[in-house]
Write a protein that binds this ligand. Structure first.
Ligand SMILES: [Mg+2]
Length: 205
């Protein structure tokens, strides 16, 4: 039986179409385009790598920028707040989210959100996601590794006290959400552009 569902955030709980372009335009205005380009390539480089702690992850992450201290300030004081602001202005939780979560919960199962970025609470609130809908929220950096890091998926299962085989991961990327779930023997349901996932087969099990 499935005891928990784990939702990816970006592109899964809301349709993120246009977000990458908006972030580029916004950073262009703020002089952060160089940082943004570096950030995107560093995220790719560190994808799936495991670190002992959130501090160790961020240390390795910012050390790869040409100017690590400036990058750290840009990331937390400009980039993340900017992303939250853009979400609040242009994006909303997909229409199916509230009812699907309610249905899943009537069966006494847990609901988890697992984002590859930080600021997961702020981002969820920005798109109108009621934080009460989730039993637990996780950010990949705080777990020590970006998706599809196997250890991050294992840590979530330990924290919510559910076996990987009893969890369903729902996400919009096979190479991060899908590969991470499969690496620990977790079921995976793919969705495109925050489309409604078909959870019926999992609710019946
Ligand atoms: Mg996603």
């Amino acid at each position: 039986m499935y005891k928990a569902i784990i939702f990816d955030l970006d592109g899964t709980l809301y349709d993120k179409s246009g977000l990458a372009r908006r972030l580029v335009l916004s950073q262009l205005r703020k002089g952060g385009l160089g940082m943004l380009k570096q950030e995107r390539s560093i995220r790719k480089e560190l994808r799936g790598c495991h670190f002992e702690s959130e501090e160790a992850f961020y240390e390795a992450f910012f050390a790869r920028f040409s100017r690590p201290e400036l990058a750290r300030r840009w990331y937390f004081e400009t980039y993340m707040p900017d992303m939250v602001r853009l979400l609040r202005r242009h994006y909303r939780t997909a229409p199916w989210v509230e009812t699907v979560i309610a249905e899943w919960r009537t069966h006494g199962r847990k609901v988890v959100v697992f984002s590859d970025y930080g600021c997961v609470r702020e981002k969820l609130q920005a798109i109108g996601f009621n934080l009460d809908w989730g039993d637990a929220l996780f950010e990949a950096p705080a777990l020590g590794g970006l998706k599809p890091c196997k250890e991050s998926f294992e840590k979530i299962c330990r924290e919510i006290d559910v076996q990987p085989s009893e969890c369903l991961m729902v996400g919009d990327r096979q190479d991060t959400d899908g590969d991470g779930a499969r690496s620990v023997g977790m079921a995976f349901e793919y969705v495109a552009k925050a489309g409604k996932p078909n959870l019926k087969p999992y609710l019946e099990k």
